[in-house]
Design a protein around this ligand. Sequence first.
Ligand code: SF4
Length: 392
Amino acid sequence: MTSGVSFDRSRVSDPALGPVAEKVIAGERLSLADGVTLFDTWDLLGLGAMADAANRARNGDRVTFAANQHINPTNICILRKTCVFCSYARLPKEEGAYHYTMDQVWEEAARVDGDITREFHIVGGLDMHAGLAYYTEMFAGLKARHPQVHVKALTAVEIAHIARIEKMSIRDVLIALREAGLDTMPGGGAEVFSPAVRATIADRKLSGEEYIDVHRTAHALGIRSNCTMLYGHVETHEDRVQHLTMLRDLQDETGGYLAYIPLAYHPDNNELGVELGRTGTATSGVDDLKNLAVGRLFLDNFQHVKSHWIMVTPAVSQMSLHFGVNDLEGTVVREKIYHEAGAHTAQAMSLEEIVRLIRGAGKVPAERDSFYNVLRTFDDADGPPPSHAEAA
Ligand code: SF4
């Protein structure tokens, strides 16, 4: 629970928010009904004031980011036909399908500036030819070539896929991956846990309970993870809050989550976008900010809430720093998944640009490692960030 939260109550205009604001100030846990009230409100600035105060109480003015690189080794996926929101996956013989050899993975990883990149973020499709040996060879090879780089890899859905095709337990798969070099897990694959929503957008994907179970097992092994929610498609406000409740419950139980990252649905190049008549229309800036702010307020046991600038644009991410967010997606290098779905943002951002974005919001930038330890700050408010060599 976040205590010591204070803000000017006059900044909250919607009377419906009053009782929730009192709870936030008192450090009381929010109920499901409170969460729905937060999503329902028209008072975006009041919601933002509350979330900003809750974030300041935890993290002050500091905003962190990691110098990371995404690697998406295969887009071949057995759920290609049933995850109707997904623009990334392909069937094995479909145009655009790819599956990296290890040499291609090393080549992709070699694009990084060895002194700059701190983390590989590795996710892909559920490929029948990407089993345990594929990933253990990949992680061990990456660690051998880039020993200083953290490996954050494989969503709960991918872990369960490997377990299924190898006929192994989730636990044994995680142990083998950890031995090969897996450090932490990303939070993708959560979508929205509601069975009704899943039946519509991701019929054959791991259930919400199974997703939580994979993370529970990882946390028990000391493998920490992130968690997400894909919003802006067919879910209700109640579905969103029930989803957040399941994340909050697991965090109470294990404390293993590092950060919560709401993910905006992009409707281009996927079946769901056509069905909803939404192609070309991404989520609104208001809904993006609400999801981040509600995440901060409802998930009172999470230290970090991250905004994904690739999905919501750098401008909304910058504004979100006043809506409860204390962490920005990092440098990325080359993003594929959301660009297939119509994201118009850049595929990478330089350290200088991220620092400028954070400073532009009146916040204090800091580069972090994958466990959120601060690696360096940028004290010269007007100049460019120092190189690693200078900072060392
Ligand atoms: S969302 Fe993931 S599991 Fe579903 S089709 Fe896309 S890559 Fe496959």
